[in-house]
Structures are given as structure tokens and as C-alpha cells.
Ligand binder design. Structure first.
Ligand SMILES: C[S@@+](CC[C@H](N)C(=O)[O-])C[C@H]1O[C@@H](n2cnc3c(N)ncnc32)[C@H](O)[C@@H]1O
Length: 229
């Protein structure tokens, strides 16, 4: 039996699987996909790196969650400081005031260049998206970005560390990212899949990559992929 994670049809898929007496392992995967990844619990463990934060609103939302120690958070943006918008500046200032650290010009596939050899319990990249649609080495550029990022993350994970990536959950995005292939190429196990609801983080004002529609405003189903080394 094959398994497809396809947003709107997931509930039906679970029901169907139950009706079909699917093997226990597959049921577990389907049921897990309906749970949310607990960003708060994970951040409470300390040392969380946020990559490609754009306006840093997700890192700020997590830093404000109950029980999270903001000083254990490093929020980073790909853009250089001079290119940050007002919201990004304001959120960076709020993070710094809480005791978190903030860094700009951080390239996800090349972390050591800006953050040195530091290791984290959790590395989070919400809605990775490159500005280009041009294929790279015959692959979607977002697949290439996430593959390089995951490969690079390994050297920055503590033992038992996780890499967490959220994307729109749709066949189009699934085809673009191909997360199972990403995991294989980067030497990680197949990712666990959770559902993600941005509304759980009211302060999170998802930032788009230049000139693109807001993935969060334009879609209703989102998934969080969790990679463990
Ligand atoms: C759709 S936005 C999401 C921003 C933010 N994570 C959020 O959820 O609001 C995609 C982000 O990926 C970042 N990005 C693109 N290429 C990157 C790279 N090589 N390293 C780090 N971030 C990158 C962009 O700068 C942009 O902020």
C-alpha cells in the first residue's frame, strides 16, 4: 500500500487506511501526520537555530512561548542587515531585548561561514524558498537549497538533534521539495511528517521571498518535516 501526504485528503486517507486494515507502521505514520510538531517543547530543550527567518517573526513567536529561554535562540536571516525591512528590524530588536541573538547574512547551505562550528539541538527553517524558479542540475532550486542545507546542518547538530522544515502541503510543493529524496541525499532517515498551523503563532507574519505570493495566505494546508540524523 502506498502512502501519500496530500493535505485535504489526509483525513480520508487515514479513514481509508483504517478501513483497509493497513499495517500498523503505516497507520502510525498517517496518524502522526495529523499531529502538530511541538515547537515549544523542542525550544524548551534549548539551543535552537532559526535559519532563513526573513522578518524573524517566527523566531520571535517561539521565543515568547511559555517556558522557552530566549537566550537559547539564535535567529538568522539570509539577507544582509542593510537589506532588512522595517518589520525585520523591529522583530530583531524585540528578540535582542528578550535576550536572544540575531544574525544576518546567514546562508543555510554554508552555516559555518557565519556561525562558526556551533551545534544546536534544533535547527529550524520555516518555508524555505529561493527567489529563482530556474532548475539547478535538473532539479527544482528549492529541492537543491533544502538538500544542501540539510547536508550542511549535520555538522551543526548536537547528538539527538533535529532539523525541522515547514512547507505548504500540496502536490505541487511536494513535487518541488521531494523531502524523502532530500533526506536520502543528505544521509538522514526519512522525515517524520506533522501538520502545521501558522495561526497557532499569532505573532508570526510569514514573509515572502521577493515578488512572490504569500505561501501562507494562498494556501490552507502546511506540513512540518522533521529530520533526525
Ligand atoms: C518564504 S520566505 C520565509 C521566511 C520565513 N522563514 C518565514 O517563514 O516567514 C523564504 C526565506 O528563505 C530565505 N532563503 C532563501 N535562500 C536562502 C539561503 N540560501 N539561506 C538562508 N535562507 C534563504 C529567504 O531569504 C526568505 O526569507
Amino acid at each position: 500500500m502506498t502512502y501519500e501526504f496530500r493535505g485535504a485528503s489526509l483525513f480520508d486517507a487515514v479513514q481509508q487506511a483504517v478501513g483497509c486494515n493497513a499495517p500498523a507502521a503505516e497507520l502510525k505514520k498517517l496518524n502522526k501526520a495529523r499531529q502538530k510538531f511541538n515547537f515549544a517543547a523542542r525550544a524548551r530543550l534549548g539551543s535552537a537555530l532559526f535559519v532563513g527567518e526573513g522578518n524573524s517573526s517566527f523566531a520571535l513567536a517561539v521565543a515568547r512561548l511559555k517556558g522557552v529561554t530566549p537566550s537559547s535562540i539564535l535567529a538568522t536571516a539570509y539577507e544582509e542587515e542593510a537589506d532588512l525591512g522595517d518589520t525585520a528590524y523591529d522583530n530583531a530588536a524585540k528578540l535582542l531585548k528578550l535576550g536572544a541573538r540575531v544574525k544576518t547574512g546567514v546562508d543555510a547551505p554554508c552555516l559555518s561561514k557565519t556561525i562558526g562550528q556551533r551545534r544546536f539541538r534544533t535547527i529550524i527553517f520555516q518555508f524555505p524558498n529561493v527567489a529563482s524558479r530556474e532548475a539547478l542540475h535538473g532539479q527544482n532550486p528549492n529541492h537543491v537549497l533544502v538538500t544542501r542545507f540539510l547536508k550542511n546542518s549535520r555538522a551543526h547538530l548536537k547528538s539527538g538533534g533535529l532539523v525541522v522544515i515547514s512547507t505548504v502541503d500540496s502536490p505541487f510543493y511536494e513535487g518541488a521539495f521531494k523531502m524523502d529524496d532530500v533526506a536520502k541525499k543528505a544521509g538522514f532517515a526519512e522525515p517524520d511528517i506533522y501538520t502545521f498551523n501558522p495561526k497557532d503563532y499569532p505573532a508570526y507574519s510569514h514573509q515572502n521571498t521577493a515578488d512572490e505570493e504569500s505561501a501562507i495566505n494562498e494556501h490552507t494546508a502546511f506540513a512540518t518535516f522533521v529530520f533526525s540524523a
